[in-house]
Design a binder for this molecule. Structure first.
Ligand code: BGP
Length: 487
């Protein structure tokens, strides 16, 4: 087989998110964020992520604010990247990364409404300069599941349209301050999360059990779409060379059988959970199937006509997404498989991770082809990887994560095959560069990194960093420009 390689200027690296790895939750004037109140529950069933793991309702939110008790707020310490960034960035270079996708903590930059924290700006500049010095290009996400607490308490996050202006105020500061460090930007992380969790996706707190909760989630989402469109415009005004994208959790699903009923069911599932989001950020119009679905679900959105113009006028510059797994959907699904946030059925042709995420490298090629066929916009895969409960092998002083090498190898090969199919792809950052706290389960022991961090679910350990076998392998792939994938 022909040994396909990465195109020139291809961004290859790793990803992370401020709330999951920075720690230092109250250092140098940082304000609290909604992530600081999520906690790890040792009794959690890893394979059954229920809504309470990603959503806070009014009662549970009030409870955690008033009675934090001895809850394990793992995001508050993360892996202390805030203080150890120099060492970590050297490790990023050592594993061959030429690109690092991370996020900025809004609550660091704006600890209170209208207040700009200069210390935070100076700190991020040091980090970004260190990346530059190590030949690592940045991709920066403006908001990755960590809205400032004040935004939630004063406005109920994006449930209020006021959040649009607040987001733009923040975006203006960071785009202006950091434009010389970063060309590729992203608005919201996995914007489709909001339809599952107003808290995680939009910084909103809903009344438990309210019939109108789903309507409120989609209303918040509408405000986010408007904010996303406006931030595209803003970025271009600040510097026409900046590229602004939006980030989705790509949902890939196959019909459970070739029964046309199952094909139809799967199409509906993809429309609502996947296609809709890409349509909104690329074409800026609510698709017919979604309007029909809103009617069926008795969801009435307040949409002001000026919003529709803004949406239409400001499509993203590139499309980015996370891709971890696929599922199946059909009329009668015998068994449900657990998943990140999207629940589908088990596919007998695929194996799954310990958390039930079904591994499907070919699905990545399918997703890439579908998206490029539809929108002809460059793609960037900003998250892809496998979470495993693993331990450093002291005896041999290594972590032989050959399962991760297999996972990454097969996905990267399919990415190259998609490029060979004609898809334009700017880059790929694996989730993650370095072990950090999980988004769904808040565990440290669900590890994704190329670099190991010696900390447990309770924040205990030396915090030492060591390169896993996958990290060494990643370097050989980077150095050979992908050729070694095919050996
Ligand atoms: C995505 C999020 C990330 C991340 C990843 C893995 O949904 O954007 O923040 O953590 O999934 O998920 P988890 O950490 O729950 O295993």
């Amino acid at each position: 087989m022909k040994k396909l390689t990465f195109p020139s200027k291809f961004l290859l690296g790793g990803a992370a998110a401020a709330n999951q790895y920075e720690g230092a939750f109250d250092a140098d004037g940082k304000g609290l964020s909604i992530a600081d109140f999520k906690f790890y529950d040792p009794n959690l069933d890893r394979k059954k992520i229920n809504i309470d793991a990603i959503e806070f309702f009014e009662d549970s939110f009030a409870e955690v604010l008033q009675n934090p008790g001895d809850k394990i707020f793992a995001y508050r310490w993360g892996i202390d990247f805030y203080n150890r960034y120099e060492e970590d960035i050297k490790h990023f270079k050592a594993v061959g990364m030429n690109c690092f996708r991370t996020s900025i903590a809004w609550s660091r930059i704006m600890p209170e409404e209208g207040v700009i924290n200069q210390k935070a700006i100076a700190h991020y500049k040091k980090i970004f300069q260190a990346c530059k010095d190590n030949g690592i290009e940045l991709v920066l996400t403006l908001s990755h599941y960590d809205y400032p607490l004040w935004l939630t308490q004063k406005y109920n996050g994006f449930l209020s349209p006021v959040a649009i202006d607040k987001f733009l105020e923040y975006a203006k500061v960071v785009l202006t301050e950091f434009k010389s460090y970063c060309t590729y930007w992203l608005g919201f992380n996995e914007i489709n999360m909001t339809s599952h969790s107003a808290y995680t996706g939009a910084g909103g707190v809903l009344p438990r059990g309210d019939k109108k909760n789903q309507q409120m989630r989609y209303q918040a989402l509408h405000h986010q779409f408007v904010a996303q469109a406006k931030v595209v415009k803003l970025a271009h005004e600040i510097d026409p060379n900046l590229k602004m994208g939006s980030m989705m959790a790509a949902v890939q699903s196959y019909p459970a059988t070739c029964n046309p009923q199952d094909v139809l069911e799967n199409q509906k599932f993809l429309h609502v959970n996947n296609d809709f989001y890409f349509e909104m950020v690329c074409r800026g119009e609510y698709p017919q199937y979604m309007l029909k679905w809103f009617k069926e679900k008795d969801i009435n959105l307040k949409i002001n006509p000026a919003d529709l113009e803004v949406l239409k006028a400001n499509p993203v510059d590139y499309l980015s997404f996370s891709y971890y797994m696929s599922s199946i959907m059909g009329k009668e699904l015998a068994e449900n498989s657990s998943g990140n946030i999207f629940f589908g059925g088990k596919n007998p042709y695929l194996k799954a991770s310990e958390w039930g995420w079904q591994i499907d490298p070919i699905g990545l090629r399918v997703v890439m082809n579908n998206l490029y066929d539809r929108y002809q916009k460059p793609l960037m895969i900003v998250e892809n990887g496998i979470g495993v409960d693993e331990k450093w092998d002291d005896k041999n002083d290594q972590l032989n994560d050959e399962y991760r090498i297999d996972y990454l190898k097969e996905h990267l090969k399919n990415l190259l095959l998609a490029i060979e199919d004609g898809v334009e792809c700017l880059g790929y950052t694996t989730w993650t560069a370095i072990d950090l706290i999980s988004a769904s389960t808040k565990e440290m022991s669900k590890r994704y990194g190329l670099i190991y961090v010696d900390l447990d679910d309770y924040g205990q350990g030396t915090g030492a960093r060591k390169i896993k076998e996958s990290g060494k392998w990643f370097k050989t792939i980077a150095d050979s420009n992908g050729e070694k994938l095919w050996d």
